[in-house]
Design a protein around this ligand. Structure first.
Ligand SMILES: NC(=O)c1ccc[n+]([C@@H]2O[C@H](COP(=O)([O-])OP(=O)(O)OC[C@H]3O[C@@H](n4cnc5c(N)ncnc54)[C@H](O)[C@@H]3O)[C@@H](O)[C@H]2O)c1
Length: 253
């Protein structure tokens, strides 16, 4: 099986895929043969990103959506399933961070981070389950957590670390419940990845992270996407409930 045909005839939905890690996941899933659905609140950017995948020879559509709108998720997932007639793979990638010292985090900031990073992972998955189960055994869900779920991360992101720890726990709980029904749940736990999320960090902070990383560089969105493709593919069919560190050895669990 070549990489190009690894996911032939599969359909994948990636949330938060207008840019960054989500876009890299959609691009690499497409390169592995899957048709991809890009879901993002940035509708124009998601549409342009889908067009780039089509221009490169892939099959892609975009859906503009705020995944926090839980009431609309069942309808959005029906729309996603209808785009290519099936759904085999879900990548829960949406996430944000709000940097705020522990003494200053507000209840509103806490709720926002938990809602976007953790609550949506559950409710997007819940809305996707009927479509994933209609395909029978072989479906795969990959959740994007973070290395801070294990390491505790840096100061000023207590709510982010807690939300990403929740994503890992949720991944394991779903893996345990749905494994017998043929659906696998895994997570990736990326270290610092050069996207808009961290581009504003100071050079000193980024240099310090590189110095502590055994492979001596920051990650790229593609680094994460290669692991997501693996976890979505039959090459990982005996893996479920796993959190795969994509962090250049920054943290070793
Ligand atoms: N960049 C890093 O260093 C890093 C490290 C570890 C984990 N992560 C995780 O990877 C994921 C992607 O991060 P990124 O760096 O690509 O971020 P990014 O900000 O570049 O991209 C996030 C995407 O999600 C979309 N989005 C945000 N909220 C949304 C919502 N409510 N509904 C629909 N779309 C929404 C945004 O429009 C954007 O396109 C996140 O879960 C993040 O926590 C990132």
């Amino acid at each position: 099986m070549t990489t190009k045909h690894l996911l032939a005839s599969k359909v994948a939905l990636v949330t938060g895929s207008a840019r960054g890690i989500g876009l890299a996941c959609a691009t690499e899933l497409s390169r592995a043969g899957a048709a991809v659905i890009l879901m993002d609140k940035l509708g124009d950017m998601a549409s342009a990103s889908a067009q780039r995948i089509i221009d490169a020879g892939g099959r892609a559509v975009s859906i503009e959506a705020d995944v926090c709108d839980t009431a609309k998720l069942p309808g959005l997932l029906t729309q996603a399933e209808q785009a290519f007639g099936r759904l085999d793979i879900l990548v829960n990638n949406v996430g944000i961070t709000i940097e705020s010292p522990t003494e200053a985090i507000t209840a509103g900031e806490w709720d926002k981070v938990m809602e976007i990073n953790l609550k949506t992972v559950f409710f997007v998955t819940q809305a996707a389950l009927p479509a994933l189960m209609r395909r029978g055994p072989g479906g795969a869900v990959v959740n994007v957590s973070s290395i801070v779920a294990r390491s505790g991360g840096i100061n000023s992101t207590m709510h982010y670390a807690a939300s990403k720890g929740g994503v890992l726990s949720l991944t394991r709980a779903l893996a345990r419940e749905w494994g017998p029904r043929g659906l696998r749940f895994n997570a990736v736990t990326p270290g610092p990845i050069l996207t808009e999320m961290i581009e504003h960090w100071s050079k000193e902070k980024l240099d310090e992270l590189v110095a502590r990383t055994p492979v001596r560089r920051l990650g790229t969105a593609a680094d994460v996407a290669y692991s997501v493709v693996f976890l979505a593919s039959p090459w990982s069919e005996y893996l479920t409930g796993v959190g795969l560190d994509v962090a250049g050895g920054l943290y070793m669990s």
